[in-house]
Design a protein around this ligand. Structure first.
Ligand code: G3H
Ligand code: 13P
Ligand code: ZN
Length: 335
């Protein structure tokens, strides 16, 4: 058993309390490799922001669970080296799909886990989430649970609406599970294709897709039911069109990729939404950096040359999210 406290990590409890009260959101960035981790820690340390490092089941498989955990431990020391005497870094399991996976992460030093029972029938979601909470809380590890299903790109428009979180269920769900935060569905979805063209309109000037707005009425209703309770938004990449254009210009093919407009994420950050998940935007920045660098420098073959460029683009993106979208800059408890 490794305690996250020994690694210098923190759980989400205090940072969420401050974020909800302060009207901003904590960035939750997924990482799978060294360059992403370096860029996340550099941006969050320089901007003095608390940060959540998210590891998915797929990331654990790709990078090796032990290695990822030591990388997170190293991240705390790196943040100190960068001038953050008291960094607030959470190591979080993203989309845990079983009790065993959550337990394994808790036992290995994670400070927070998500149990995603959102695809299960309501009572089964409650039972599984509660089992994880009961275990996690023995070690002061915080737990995110999910209610409502995020739309997939394959779904019909009608079924997306019916998968929104039902505000009338949130009190019962949060009480009976004892979860520390709740991921909800209000129209965001995972990946770089969040909406089908037929769900969008087109900007006549640019020809770009304009997505439908998030269901802020559902969010407001949830907040009314659970005042001050920490709410999480998954699938919150904006899919910046500059990155998509670079990828397409240098040999990629991402037609009609579309994300959540930043203005709507800014609005959400001011509410009880206190954790915003971003993965796809990092993938896009990385890919744009690699594609452009290799296209412009066919002689390059040292990964540091093109991964270094990719890292720069990711760092700029993370800093932008922190300062211009989520508003978590300067929010460390001890600056
Ligand atoms: O929500 C999913 C995250 O973007 C992680 O994706 O399972 O491909 O690592 P992944
Ligand atoms: P994006 O695909 O929008 O980046 O969402 C990431 C996410 O929700 C991770 O859990
Ligand atoms: Zn997610």
């Amino acid at each position: 058993m490794v305690s996250y406290k020994e690694l210098g990590l923190v759980n989400t409890r205090e940072m969420f309390k401050r974020a909800v009260a302060g009207g901003y959101a904590i960035p939750a960035f997924n990482f799978n490799n060294l360059e992403q981790l370096q860029a996340i820690i550099k941006a969050s340390s320089e901007k003095k922001s608390p940060v959540i490092l998210q590891v998915s089941k797929g990331a654990r498989k790709y990078a090796n669970p032990t290695l990822l955990r030591y990388m997170a431990q190293g991240a705390v020391e790196y943040a100190k080296e960068l001038g953050c005497a008291h960094p607030e870094i959470v190591l979080h399991l993203d989309h845990g799909d079983s009790f065993e996976l959550c337990k394994d992460c808790i036992d290995l030093g994670f400070s927070s886990v998500m149990i995603d029972g959102s695809a299960l029938p309501y009572e089964e979601n409650i039972a599984l989430s509660k089992k994880v909470v009961d275990y996690a809380h023995q070690y002061d590890v915080t737990v995110e649970a999910e209610l409502g299903v995020l739309a997939g790109v394959e779904d019909e428009v009608a079924s997306e609406v019916s998968h929104y979180t039902k505000p009338e269920e949130v009190i019962d769900f949060s009480k009976r599970t004892g979860c520390d935060s709740l991921a909800i569905s209000i129209g965001t979805s995972h990946g770089a294709y969040k909406f089908k063209p037929e769900q969008c309109t087109r900007d006549p000037k640019t020809g770009r897709l304009v997505p439908p707005p998030l269901a802020f009425n559902v969010l407001a209703e949830i907040e009314k039911q659970l005042p001050g309770f920490p709410i999480v938004l998954h699938g919150s990449s904006s899919v910046p069109q500059e990155e998509v254009d670079i990828i397409n210009r240098f040999g990629g093919k991402l037609p009609d990729a579309v994300g959540i407009p930043e203005e709507q994420l800014r609005q959400a950050s001011k509410s009880a939404v206190c954790k915003i998940n971003i993965d796809s935007d990092s993938r896009l920045a990385f890919t744009a950096g690699v594609r452009q660098t290799l296209a412009e420098h066919p002689d390059y073959f040292d990964p540091r040359q093109y991964c270094g460029e990719a890292r720069k683009r990711m760092e700029a993106m993370y800093a932008h999210k922190i300062v211009d979208v989520l508003g978590s800059d300067g929010k460390l408890a001890q600056l």
